[in-house]
Design a protein around this ligand. Structure first.
Ligand code: MV4
Length: 450
């Protein structure tokens, strides 16, 4: 097992990783920018290193500073969390070159899944159902037209280097296609320096369902059920839940088995999330994420498996200690991502938290690095914390969620709590009746009063 783990991240995920390290008895090193000197993870870590000024490119993305922090503290492993360098294959390779273990997948798998065309090709090869579309990148407008005619309009032009909704353009007719291609290529070139694009059948109102996987890098891999992440705004997840209200046990087992088998064939190492669109009873692979995700606590609450702890154990060389038959799902969990933002305009609201009183009680978990008197810096994402609630049933979970949201006190900054207060009382949501565009339509109706 590792001697000392450096946590190359900040905020709630840095605290989350720190907690898993402490549960394993592993000393921790926190890194922070000058803006995060008073952050919770810095206070609770065994050691801390200031790695630069507030801009992420000068601190949390500053690979030489992170390597130096490992050298001066003697850390023999780095946990990247999510975001920042968590899916940067080059960072993983540099760490390994310096004799420091990267707590994450094999660099070649990070690189593979970062190229959405190769990821889709690999998924298909491994027996995972994919969205109908082009076999690889689109070389010309003529090729795009031929593929579009074959799969039928509407089609979606996607950037190979994209993901998370960046560089996507819908074409609803042949007349739209050339413009969609040119626009997607230009945006991809500008955003990623790579204008490779591919084509897919556009699904109008699917759900976003992702499967959590865990592999030991030597052929053993299991799935830990799904998370329904359809409630998104501008490609930012807002609320996630498991099990999905849309799936039955047979569908869950079937797609879970397909994904687990694929990860076994790949000899995948660590935690991963295989993303699908789900429509009319069919799953369509869109992407794979090779990091621990923000919403991982939803899975932890219904399986009682500490995903970060397992991730660390596996990275240290342990075999997978959990067999598929050991994975039992119980109850229902919902996570609300609470942001320090105006709940109507979503304008970030950094600043000092004057009063902070999180909820508690049966089945209520708060993953947050906030505390009374903490000054939320303006430099990073606006996630204030995650409210994760568990119940024996979805109805019980919803009751606890409503109570928890009402109980949650945060004064001094604006938060999106009022959004959740309205959302968890909406009949469509209560009935589990939603898809990937539902939330934006709900918000457009002005349902969130403040
Ligand atoms: C799609 C799609 C419809 N059809 N692909 C958005 C981000 C990235 N994960 C892929 N995304 C989509 N891909 C096809 N063929 C719709 C989306 C999409 C979406 C997907 C999941 C959750 C929210 C979304 C919001 C807008 C579009």
């Amino acid at each position: 097992m590792f001697e000392k783990i450096l946590i190359a991240n900040r905020g709630e995920i840095a605290l989350r990783v720190l907690r898993a390290c402490k549960d394993l008895g592993i000393p921790t090193v926190a890194v922070h920018s000058t803006a995060d000197a008073d952050a919770m993870h810095v206070r609770l870590a065994d050691e801390s290193v200031c790695i630069g000024p507030p801009p992420a490119r000068n601190s949390y993305l500053n690979i030489p500073a992170l390597i130096t922090a490992c050298e001066i503290t003697g850390a023999d492993a780095v946990h990247p969390g999510y975001g920042f360098l968590s899916e940067n294959a080059r960072f993983a390779e540099i760490l390994i070159e310096h004799g420091v273990q990267f707590i994450g997948p094999k660099p070649e798998h990070i690189r593979l899944m970062g190229d959405k065309i190769e990821a889709k090709r690999t998924a298909q090869r491994l027996g995972i159902p994919v969205v109908p579309g082009s076999q690889g990148g689109i070389a010309s407008d003529a090729e795009a037209l031929s593929v579009a005619r074959e799969i039928g309009f509407p089609v979606l032009v996607k950037a190979a280097a994209g993901g998370g909704g960046r560089g996507m353009k819908v074409a609803r007719s042949e007349g739209d296609l050339a413009v969609a291609l040119a626009t997607a290529r230009a945006e991809a070139k500008a955003a990623f320096g790579d204008d490779a694009v591919y084509l897919e059948k556009y699904l109008e109102t699917p759900r976003h369902i992702e499967i959590q996987v865990l592999g030991d890098g030597r052929g053993a891999a299991i799935h830990l059920g799904e998370r329904d992440c359809s409630l998104q705004r501008r490609h930012q997840k807002v609320l996630e839940e498991s099990p999905s209200p849309a799936l039955n046990a047979d569908e869950r087992d079937a797609i879970g088995e397909i994904v687990a088998k694929a990860m076994q064939k790949l000899a995948y190492l660590g935690v991963g999330t295989v993303e699908f669109l789900y429509e009319d009873g069919r799953f369509y692979f869109i992407e794979m994420n090779t990091r621990i995700q923000v919403e991982h606590p939803v899975t932890e609450m219904i399986t009682d498996i500490d995903l970060v702890l397992e991730q660390i154990r596996i990275a240290s060389g342990d075999r997978l200690a959990i067999a598929q038959g050991d994975v039992k799902f119980h109850g229902h969990a919902i996570e609300c991502r609470i942001n320090a933002e105006n709940p109507v305009s979503f304008r970030p609201s950094p600043g000092k938290i004057v009063h902070y009183h999180p909820p508690g009680g049966m089945g209520v978990r708060i993953d947050s690095a906030a505390y009374q008197g903490y000054a939320i810096p303006p430099h990073y994402d606006s996630l204030l914390g995650k409210l994760i609630v568990h119940g024996k049933t979805r109805a019980e979970c919803l009751m606890r969620l409503r109570r928890s949201i009402d109980e949650f006190v945060v004064d001094g900054v604006e938060t999106t709590l009022p959004l959740f207060s309205a959302l968890v009382r909406d009949s469509d949501f209560v009935d589990g009746n939603y898809h990937i565009h539902w939330l934006e339509r709900f918000l457009a109706k002005g349902a969130v009063g403040i």
